[in-house]
Design a protein around this ligand. Structure first.
Ligand code: BES
Ligand code: MN
Length: 442
């Protein structure tokens, strides 16, 4: 195995799960590991404490006559559940053929580590970089980056740069270079329905008192009509329509309806009339149920009316939809659909706006040239359905656009069991970083 892969495996072995306090020390060890790596590469690292997990910064030598590129990534990873669906130990990187299996392999350790290795290679060969580089690696992306926007505000001056680059999105297929020029935003909330003051015998009391599980189901049904149109009043008011040029461009990609069916294993598609699967996924807002619960979940039957039931919702947003306003509209809708016989409790969660940039700007063109050099093919221009809320904060606070140069393949299983990253993309990522820094030079 190459020394670069050996080192990557060492990085992957650290279980930096940000959401679970059990892994708190591991998240910190991961930040320490990065600090050591940056030092050995010849960059100047900084460890920054936050109320949560640390932010790691590393800087190259700064020269006044060249642009500064901020490279963002996240060293935290998603939990591994359901752990028994993994074919290998989730934190023991395992090479099978061309694929490296491990939690975090694609999202996001492999993708930003490739950038680090690109910088290391260039420094080894030339003793210098074509541009100034600042790495910004956070440990809280998977929990909504609660401390990063304040961090950007506080360090606005020392993070001043000309452009930001991030590899944390997808490629439309193996070997197909992909520039993502937009991301959906996100807004999350939980709600709970409280009914009777205790669990009840469903025969003795059923029919006369409200069943919170039924009420939760009814409220969930009220979110969409039978044509899949979201029924929250004013939800669509500020939605930016898709542009003709992008609809045409996406129509020229491999058949998105077919690939969506294949990638998901669903028996059929569903969605608003008049939109393709790619348009739905990249350019239209959603209301999703991410979790629902209440009542007996064990073996056999148990005749009970649960005293409470809950659901977890998230909304994916498109440009111009305001996350806070959407949470407000959604809360009003949920309250309106809760009958007087029950009490609803709503807890608002993390949120962040959508992002869109011009892929034809001079930086966008530099990114396209770098992608073409790394993959020997013309880049495709897409938007993504996933969210990286901090990207819009980088725009608002630091004042620069972000080039989203994703290396995640459709079958990489991020957030799921058996997450994997290909050796091919690991190596392409290193080449991509080297080409990108050259293309961004003045
Ligand atoms: N890397 C993903 C986002 C992503 C995945 C963008 C695939 C495009 C394609 C990121 O780590 C992520 O999962 N973000 C969360 C949002 C966060 C606020 C929890 C998401 O999109 O659910
Ligand atoms: Mn990610």
């Amino acid at each position: 195995m190459s020394p670069q892969l050996t080192e990557f495996f060492e990085f992957l072995r650290i279980p930096s799960v940000s959401t679970d306090s059990k892994y708190r020390d591991d998240v910190r060890s991961c930040a320490d590991w990065l600090i050591n790596k940056f030092t050995s590469m010849g960059l100047t690292p900084e460890m920054h404490e936050t109320p949560g997990h640390p932010v790691v910064i590393a800087r190259s030598e700064t020269k006044a006559d060249r642009p500064t590129v901020l490279i963002y990534g996240h060293y935290d990873v998603q939990p591994v559940d359901p752990v028994n669906e993994w074919e290998t130990d989730p934190f023991e990187p395992t090479l099978k053929g061309n694929k490296i299996y491990c939690r975090g392999a694609t999202d996001n350790k492999g993708q930003h580590f490739a950038h680090m290795l690109g910088v290391e290679e260039t420094l080894k060969e030339h003793g210098d970089l074509p541009v100034n580089v600042v790495f910004l690696l956070e440990g809280e992306e998977e929990i909504g980056s609660p401390n990063l926007a304040p961090f950007l505000e506080q360090h606005r001056e020392s993070l001043a740069c000309d452009i930001c680059a991030v590899s944390d999105t997808g490629m439309i297929g193996p070997g197909i270079p992909t520039l993502t020029y937009g991301l959906r935003g996100i807004a999350c909330l939980d709600f709970k329905i409280h009914g009777p003051s205790l669990d009840l015998h469903s025969g003795v009391y059923g029919g006369a008192v409200p069943n919170p599980a039924t009420i939760v189901s009814r409220i969930i049904s009220s979110l969409h009509d039978e044509k899949e149109i979201i029924q929250i009043p004013a939800f669509y008011d500020s939605v930016t329509p898709l542009e003709t040029w992008e609809r045409d461009m996406w129509a020229s990609l491999p058949d998105g309806n077919a690939t969506t069916l294949k990638e998901t294993g669903a028996a059929g598609l569903l969605g608003e009339a008049g939109y393709t699967a790619l348009e739905q996924r990249w350019g239209r807002p959603t209301a999703e149920v991410n979790g629902v619960g209440g009542g007996y979940q064990g073996e056999g039957s148990k005749t009970v009316i649960p005293r409470e039931a809950m659901a977890k919702l998230s909304f994916r947003l498109v440009p111009e939809q305001e996350p806070e306003e959407i949470l407000e509209l959604a809360s009003t809708h949920l309250k309106k659909h809760c009958p007087d016989s029950c009490r609803i409790e709503i807890e608002l969660g993390h949120h962040g706006p959508a992002y869109v940039m011009d892929p034809h700007s001079s930086y966008g063109q530099a990114a396209q040239r770098a992608l073409e050099r790394a993959f020997s093919d013309k880049p495709r221009l897409i938007r993504e359905g996933g969210s990286i809320p901090i990207i819009q904060s980088v725009k608002d606070i630091i004042g620069v656009d972000t080039l989203l140069l994703g290396l995640a393949l459709p079958d990489c299983q991020i957030h799921a069991p058996n997450e994997n990253f290909t050796v091919t993309n690991f190596e392409a990522g290193i080449r991509l970083n080297r080409a990108l820094l050259e293309e961004l030079r003045n």
